[in-house]
Design a protein around this ligand. Structure first.
Ligand code: SF4
Length: 432
């Protein structure tokens, strides 16, 4: 449903209570600027979404009477965390006070109130239902956890996945593993060769933010990996097993263990897809993994511009060019290649980034873009990478349309597709 008028701005009383300000219309943020949001860009806040109050930040709205932008003085600004499978078009627009604390590593999408409902400028970009909040039954997850812990008492990785990832961090992938379905996570690396500002598994002591989970502390053995992944590939619907998770460093630093695991897995089963989520730092290692049987790769990036990438990833011993090389290697073996593209309104949809993205897609023969919301404090991010001016922007919705029109073969989504979508009908229906 296209709205007939913009939603009202939201504010909080700082005690967790949220109100609409009927004198102000909600705006969005693009880079450092507050901007009006087109009516067509709004959708109801999807199930599984949540709202945040942003301390020491005053929301920017459009005055209904004057049409001018002004601050809401009634309370703190409010933002939405939109659930997986949805991509946000604009960030929450606010002005920070000097006392404003750095926000934790979540995404801060704009939000508004209309007809007794919360609205966000976003789109459902992925039809796969693997992380629908309504699909998680905690009782069944607890039973599945118990079953796996009893089935693999000596397996350190299963212990980690069930006790930490599933039961503590509530990782959607680990919960799906406990339910014996879809994508199963395989964290393997306690170390990383990058130093991402917004790393979710490791934050330096001196930083004011904390990582959302602790990094793996041991190096799994190939036999520990094979022990639970073969049964998962054999029995789960639309099975995918994925190296490279949020609770570890860079999996390619463990490429020998991954090589040995894939070799052994494929001796026992040909089912499903074996995927790696990576920072794309080592094309030679990726070549070995493809020769061994890797089916797909997802390379993470905040930008396809070298200077913006390296300012955020701060790579130790590799350069931005390695990312494209890794993708080309996988494509040369007929494998599936995606980028895990951290969408930041005002950066991702800038004309400079758009031109770089068009070139990257053509250069790499990429199969898919996973348009992921960037989980980071906007002021902190732009400040840290030294961006004071983002240049002309077209809007994330327009960017999606342009890329879709120019590259009709390129798939859009949010998750690593199973082999049934890679080799078969990409539009297959998951619900049935
Ligand atoms: S590549 Fe991943 S693990 Fe390494 S620093 Fe970046 S976010 Fe952290």
């Amino acid at each position: 449903m296209i709205l007939t008028t913009s939603p009202f701005l939201l504010y909080s009383d700082g005690k967790g209570n949220i109100f609409e300000d009927t004198t102000l219309l909600a705006t969005g943020r693009s880079g450092w600027d507050a901007v009006p949001i087109d009516l067509i860009d709004w959708m109801e806040l999807p199930d599984g979404g949540s709202l945040y109050e942003l301390p020491e930040r005053k929301a920017i709205g459009i005055d209904l009477k004057t049409g001018d932008m002004r601050l809401c003085e009634k309370g703190w600004a409010v933002a939405a965390f939109i659930p997986p499978a949805h991509t946000g078009f604009y960030l929450a627009a606010y002005e920070s006070t000097k006392q404003a604390p750095t926000l934790p590593l979540f995404c801060y999408t704009a939000a508004g109130w209309f007809n007794n409902k919360f609205y966000v400028p976003a789109i459902r970009i992925e039809k796969d239902i693997r992380q629908e909040s309504s699909g998680y039954d905690q009782q069944k997850i607890n039973i599945g956890t118990e079953k796996l812990l009893n089935a693999y008492p000596q397996n350190r990785l299963v212990q980690h996945l069930m006790n930490n990832c599933c039961q503590t961090y509530h990782c959607p992938a680990a919960r799906n593993f406990s339910l014996g379905r879809w994508e199963c996570p395989i964290p393997v690396s306690p170390a990383c060769n990058a130093n991402c500002l917004g790393c979710i598994s490791f934050q330096p002591q001196e930083e004011t933010i904390t990582s959302t989970q602790d990094r793996l502390t041991f190096k799994p053995r190939a036999e520990e990996i094979v022990e639970f992944t073969v049964p998962h590939l054999e029995t789960a619907p639309f099975p995918v097993v994925s190296f490279g998770q949020g609770c570890e460093g860079e999996p390619l630093l463990m490429w020998e263990t991954i090589r040995d695991s894939i070799l052994e897995i494929r001796k026992h089963t040909t089912k499903g897809s074996i995927n790696i989520n990576t920072n794309g730092s080592n094309p030679e290692a990726v070549k070995v993994l493809c020769e061994t049987g890797l089916n797909s790769i997802r390379v993470s990036t905040n930008s396809v511009r070298k200077n913006i990438y390296e300012a955020y990833y701060r790579p130790n011993n590799y350069s931005f060019e390695a990312l494209a090389e890794c993708i080309k290697v996988v494509r040369s073996f007929g494998g599936w290649a995606s980028i895990n593209y951290f969408v930041f309104p005002g950066m991702t949809d800038s004309l400079e980034e758009y031109e770089a993205l068009r070139k990257f897609i053509l250069d790499t023969d990429l199969n898919m873009i996973q348009w992921r919301n960037f989980n980071i404090d906007p002021d902190w991010y732009l400040g840290k990478i030294g961006v004071t001016e983002t240049g002309e922007c077209m809007g994330v919705n327009k960017l999606l349309q342009n890329i879709r029109n120019e590259f009709p073969h390129l798939k859009f989504g949010y998750f690593n597709p199973p082999i049934e979508r890679i080799k078969g009908n990409f539009e297959l229906d998951f619900a049935n």
